[in-house]
Design a protein around this ligand. Structure first.
Ligand code: MLT
Length: 324
């Protein structure tokens, strides 16, 4: 018995010694950041900003891998099940890391138990964007047309439970319509389909369509937030337009699999915070329409609380919207 106990204590000491040593050397090789949506969309753009920050601050390559499917939950599941050694991370968001259980009864991971939060990367308000020749030129016209012709509408989104799906779910339930929903692997491909006239509109974080809105190739009709985006000063908000239920500004953040040594999570969190405070990064995020994030909202603890609070706040709203 005493022998067994001694062996167990020895094994524990060796294991903790190894993980302390690993944390000290970390990262000793390339790290993969899973982005659970297609290239070119908000998740991918944000994931690549974060990968660049880590690469520069931690002196190793951090490479983005796009693992798409099932509204981002395929990639999130892969990250949740990866070795908890800091070499596989997830750049997830409000959908994959807080609200997915509302849409997938057999999700395969628990967003609040199976991840160690590292830190919030960015938050962006969503915008309702329609194809250039859509027969409505402002939000009032959109509501009138959509209510009169719901069966004609094709709405692009990045999969069940993605934030583009969630945003338009809130919009549609407030308007009392059920258009045809067309799933893609990300809103990068949705935008291409909209430019080709294959879908009518989408609800996407502002950075996703900004360039094409500014070039006049698609039309931004309303911002799903209380305040206007400084990048789209002429586009009214859903509050101004009398539809405050269409309120969606998803967070994007970095997560490690649960069980990742705390020293590694802390090292990542410190690098992320440093990078996000750099002038050039702040400028880039502002150009993409990100909301400024106060210092107290940075880091693992704040992201863990945000996940919990957003799930508690939005799950009942989504449930009610889905049942309408
Ligand atoms: C994307 O990057 O494709 C979108 O942010 C995904 C989503 O709508 O959740």
């Amino acid at each position: 018995m005493v022998g067994l106990l001694r062996a167990a204590i020895l094994a524990l000491m060796v294991a903790s010694g190894i993980s302390a040593a690993r944390a000290e050397d970390y990262p000793a090789r390339t790290v993969t950041i899973i982005v659970p949506f297609a290239a070119g969309g908000p998740a991918d753009i944000t994931g690549r900003i974060v990968a660049d920050i880590f690469s520069r601050h931690l002196g190793q390559k951090f490479l983005v891998e796009n693992v798409v499917g099932a509204g981002g939950t395929t990639g999130a599941l892969r990250a949740a099940k990866a070795n908890a050694d800091g070499y596989t991370l997830l750049s997830g968001h409000l959908g994959t890391n807080a609200l997915a259980p509302a849409f997938y009864p057999n999700l395969g991971y628990d967003p609040q138990k199976d991840f160690a939060p590292v830190g919030l990367s960015a938050e962006y308000p969503e915008v309702l964007v329609a194809r250039k020749d859509f027969p409505a030129n402002n939000f009032k016209e959109f509501v009138a047309y959509a209510k009169a012709n719901p069966e004609k509408l094709n709405v692009g989104h990045a999969g069940l439970g993605s934030v583009s799906y969630i945003g338009c779910l809130l919009l549609h339930s407030a308007m009392g319509i059920k258009p045809t929903l067309v799933p893609f692997t990300g809103t990068g491909p949705v935008l291409n389909a909209m430019l080709a006239g294959q879908v009518d509109y989408e609800c996407d974080p502002v950075l996703g369509t900004l360039g094409q809105v500014q070039a006049g190739n698609v039309k931004a009709l309303v911002v799903a937030a209380r305040k206007r985006s400084p990048l789209l000063p002429d586009v009214p908000t859903s509050y101004e337009q009398g539809l405050p239920e269409f309120d969606c500004a998803p967070f994007y953040g970095v997560f490690a699999p649960a069980g990742t040594p705390q020293a590694i999570v802390d090292k990542l969190a410190e690098a992320l915070t440093k990078g996000l405070n750099e002038e050039a990064v702040l400028k880039r995020l502002a150009e993409l329409g990100a909301e400024p994030i106060e210092p107290s909202r940075r880091g693992p603890k704040a992201l863990g609380e945000l996940v919990k609070n957003e799930a508690a706040r939005l799950l009942p709203i989504l449930k009610a919207a889905s049942e309408k």
